[in-house]
Design a protein around this ligand. Structure first.
Ligand SMILES: [Zn+2]
Length: 265
């Protein structure tokens, strides 16, 4: 006998995935009941979907292949001279040709940073701006097409590096990636405490009467985000990668909830 599917539930794939992956069917049924009994469940779909969706690892580094180490000896493609300093090899000191991207130089090395989570006092923005000055198209416009394209690739890699390291979550994920830690991008949320927390946040946002109230919720979530960030730092230092991954999961949901609140204010 054909079971008539509830179009509302089937449209909410994160919920369905959650029910499938939840170890305790009663919990997931209770969750679904709670959700569906809300006066206007459909209106909550975008918010819930956005916070329940497991984001893909930032495209900024999804295509990069470096897995640590690296920064090996680079030599000029044109004259064979060696790079005179470690890190990104931009222009040959000997023949002045623009060099291609060296993928063994990781994002931290691009900015001359130690490979650690805590980089907030390291003037990342200033270093990024310095790079973009060096890579400005005006400086390479007399060069060959090949070198112009190298400069363009260098520039977009520096931008990727800046974006990745500039945000705590993407920096944390990148560090794990460099350590060779696999993060399952398709994994659905199994942390029931976090799920309950997100439901509470959702309710509070729904009930918030003005932007002042939303701001208060936002600042509470920012404190949670900060705590998860601290937790990641410690877990990563101790190479407790399971705990580190769990922290990134929390950070991801908090960041997304903040984004949603910012959109509303
Ligand atoms: Zn050269």
């Amino acid at each position: 006998m054909a079971i008539r599917r509830n179009p509302f539930i089937s449209s909410l794939s994160p919920l369905r995935l959650l029910s499938n992956s939840c170890p305790d069917p009663q919990t997931s049924r209770a969750f679904a009941r709670h959700f569906l009994s809300s006066p206007n469940p459909r209106a909550q779909i975008p918010f819930l979907r956005s916070i329940l969706r497991n984001s893909r690892v930032s495209r900024a580094f999804a295509s990069s292949s470096e897995t640590g180490g690296g920064g090996g000896a680079s030599a000029c493609w044109n004259c064979g001279a060696a790079a005179d300093s470690p890190g990104i090899f931009l222009v040959c000191g000997s023949c002045r040709s623009v060099q291609p991207v060296d993928h063994s130089v990781d994002y931290f090395k691009i900015f001359g940073l130690e490979r650690v989570y805590d980089i907030k006092d390291d003037n990342l923005e200033g270093k990024y701006k310095d790079w973009q000055k060096k890579l400005h198209p005006d400086l390479v416009h007399t060069k060959s097409e090949k070198e112009k394209s190298f400069a363009g690739e260098q520039s977009s890699r520096v931008t990727d590096a800046y974006r990745t390291l500039g945000r705590p979550l993407s920096r944390a994920l990148y560090l794990l990636q460099l350590e060779g830690v696999h993060i399952d991008e398709e994994k659905t949320l199994t942390d029931m405490d976090l799920l309950a927390e997100m439901m509470d946040i959702r309710e509070a946002v729904e009930e918030a009467s003005d932007s002042q109230a939303l701001k208060q919720i936002e600042s509470k979530i920012r404190m949670k985000l900060e705590a998860s960030s601290e937790f990641f730092r410690e877990a990563f230092k101790k190479r407790d990668y399971d705990a580190a991954i769990a922290s990134t999961e929390r950070m991801r949901y908090y960041e997304r909830a903040i984004e949603e609140i910012v959109k509303k204010t």
